[in-house]
Design a binder for this molecule. Structure first.
Ligand code: KIV
Length: 255
């Protein structure tokens, strides 16, 4: 079994929640890695927090590889997860080439915003032993309006769609599921019913783990979402705030 898959299963079996924070450079990577954050995510949120754009749509592979290299320099033991940016997985050839480029630059697992049309592309990546995280719920890359920012899975139709996507992905043996803005009760149901660990952002606090954007938890984001907490408010240093986040997440109950 691939070492990332193994590590994720160990995390899941430990019964404590998994911590995941986004990161875009080597200085913060050192802080997160020293604090034993389980997963460091080179997210395409860099479109907003680094580039100052209003969404993730301008982020490309070149930028993702550049930030992956920066983050990997100071990463010791954390799993390095990397977003496949918009248009980088539009077909199987494109997806395989770009996923391999991420792994060659020290990414451990790639993340894809999942729509049904990506099923065959994902199957192909998994058949090539590429560790995959599938992102469900709110999908920023496919969002064209602020109206898309809402809680997903509240009504029956949307709920059964997300549930069945999670099951298909789990049966395909994805390594990790990430739920963004998914109804907390649905997030619990998915967490209970899948073998793959489930980490959530804005999806309640009972998944197998929690993801946050770094700049939200240290209180410097311009538009931090309501569900994020500024951990730096009660701490003296960024290092302490990150340790506090890790401690908070580790002590959350699952399910
Ligand atoms: O790019 C990102 O930061 C993300 C998180 C919001 C999960 O995908």
């Amino acid at each position: 079994m691939n070492k990332t898959k193994k590590k994720l299963r160990t995390y899941r079996d430990s019964g404590r929640q998994i911590s995941c924070i986004t990161c875009y450079d080597s200085s913060f990577s050192k802080i997160l890695s020293d604090a034993n954050i389980d997963i460091i995510l080179v997210g395409d949120s860099l479109g907003m927090v680094i580039k100052g754009e209003t969404n993730t749509h301008s982020v490309n592979m070149e930028e993702i590889i550049y930030h992956t290299r920066c983050v990997s320099k100071n990463n010791k033991n954390s799993i390095l997860m990397v977003d496949m940016p918009i248009n980088s997985y539009s077909d199987s050839v494109n997806a395989l080439k770009n996923a391999k480029a991420i792994l060659e630059n020290k990414g451990d697992i790639i993340k894809i915003e999942y729509k049904d049309e990506h099923q065959d592309i994902l199957k192909q990546l998994i058949s090539q032993e590429i560790p995959v995280c599938a992102h469900l719920g709110y999908l920023p890359q496919f969002s064209l309006s602020k109206k898309d920012i809402k809680i997903y899975g509240k009504d029956t139709e949307e709920r059964s769609k997300i549930l069945s996507q999670a099951k298909i992905l789990d049966d395909m043996q994805v390594d990790l599921l990430l739920l963004e803005c998914v109804d907390p009760n649905l997030a619990i149901e998915i967490t209970k019913s899948t073998k793959a660990p489930v980490i959530g952002i804005g999806s309640g606090d009972k998944c197998n783990g929690q993801v946050q954007v770094l700049y939200d938890i240290i209180g410097i984001s311009e538009n931090a979402p309501k569900f994020s907490t500024n951990f730096l408010k009660e701490c003296r240093t960024i290092e302490e705030a990150v340790a506090e986040f890790k401690n908070y997440v580790s002590n959350l109950k699952i399910n």
